[in-house]
Design a protein around this ligand. Sequence first.
Ligand code: SAH
Ligand code: DHB
Ligand code: MG
Length: 227
Amino acid sequence: MTTHQQQWNSVDDYFTGLLAPPDEPLTAALRDSDAAGLPHINVAPNQGKLLHLLAQIQGARRILEIGTLGGYSTIWLARALPADGSLVTLEYKPEHADVARGNLARAGLDRIAEVRVGPALDSLTVLGAEHAAHPDPFDFVFIDADKANNAHYLEWAVELTRPGSLIVLDNVVRSGAVTDPTNTDPNVRGTRAALELMAKHPKLSGTAVQTVGIKGYDGFALARVLA
Ligand code: SAH
Ligand code: DHB
Ligand code: MG
């Protein structure tokens, strides 16, 4: 019997083999992440390629990522930047940041991509002060850390971007629980708060899409920053 998950895996393998085939730095990044005991919660290769294409379509020169893990999505994003571009990625756990720095260096991206360690809300406060002193907005923000803080991360993303910037929020389906206003899971509550903020924020126009694939059933939200 072919289960839905097996079918989703087959189709993702086909799409990925054609359109987002692995290379040595990407393969090694997942291998070293696994060897270091990091959880397998990185984006799928075809999702990484989507982030890469979105950043290129955006013409992004500066990218902010919240939630680095081993730097797999970071590699896809940083590879979308021009040589004089820059990426800042925020990670709570020093041991994740160490793995990510090794993976970024092997990919030749260590001059372009900077990993900042600590609770993202603290790092965002620092980025906010830097932005106030020397305005340098991000063109693209990928939010993929602790989902309880998603609405706070979205507020910071608006603060640190410019009209026309793009914000992507990962993992918004929560196995379907995202529809339940009585759910007490902080990840569900944080994700609902972010989506509701996206809906009502005068500077955001957004949407959300469900996905299936090797990472199961999930989805992402995407918003454009308005003037
Ligand atoms: N973007 C990565 C996956 C990130 S997984 C990829 O697709 O390859 C989420 C990461 O967010 C984990 O590494 C976790 O340690 C980190 N994280 C969790 N809470 C955080 C916080 N408060 N501040 C910063 N990072 C946090
Ligand atoms: C989890 C986090 C993610 O960012 C993701 O893409 C998948 C799963 C998690 O915390 O389980
Ligand atoms: Mg994610």
